[in-house]
Design a protein around this ligand. Structure first.
Ligand code: RP5
Length: 172
């Protein structure tokens, strides 16, 4: 049994520079996670074993990142009923990121992958935490504080722009 709630996997070590943003936000929110490389094409048996054992090992959500012909998130989703969040990566073998996006996004009916933006692994981490927060009030509180910070940041920028002399035109 793993103590991790979220499994972060990626097709290659070269994806880590993007996928570490999911790890960072989960760490900030105090969510236990594990992180490793699982390649759909280069280690297919490892991928099948990882996906099939994820639930019994205690994971609740899987975040899977891959670039190019990005089959990892979809194939993992086909092997587990855990929610899978897919992160398309603009990798060295990717045609401007579009191949990664479409490979992960365009799943057939019945096998969903929650696809975030290209290189959007921070959002994948936040979404994983939000899924866990539906049954974790302490985590829900942290996420509410996180969203409040986002709002305050924008409110501060609105004030600063006004102070800089620009007309607001929409005073609340
Ligand atoms: C994909 O191919 C990986 O997810 C990675 O984004 C890309 C390139 O992998 P490397 O050749 O850098 O190992 O399978």
């Amino acid at each position: 049994m793993s103590s991790s709630q979220v499994g972060i996997i990626m097709g290659s070590e070269s994806d880590l520079k993007i996928m570490n943003e999911a790890a960072d936000i989960l760490r900030e929110l105090g969510v236990a996670f594990e992180l490793t490389v699982v390649s759909a094409h280069r280690t297919p048996e490892r991928m099948v074993e990882y996906a099939q054992k994820a639930s019994e090992r205690g994971l609740k959500v899987i975040i899977a990142g891959a670039g190019g012909a990005a089959h990892l998130p979809g194939m993992v989703a086909s092997l587990t009923i855990l929610p899978v969040i897919g992160v398309p990566i603009k990798s060295s073998n990717s045609i401007d990121g579009w191949d990664s996006v479409l490979s992960i996004l365009q799943m057939p009916s019945g096998v969903p992958v929650a696809t975030v933006a290209l290189n959007g692994s921070r959002n994948a981490g936040i979404l994983a935490a939000q899924i866990l927060a539906t049954s974790d009030p302490a985590l829900a509180k942290k996420l509410t504080a996180f969203k409040t910070q986002l709002r305050q940041k924008v409110e501060n920028s609105i004030r600063e722009i006004k102070i800089a002399g620009y007309e607001n035109g929409f005073d609340q």
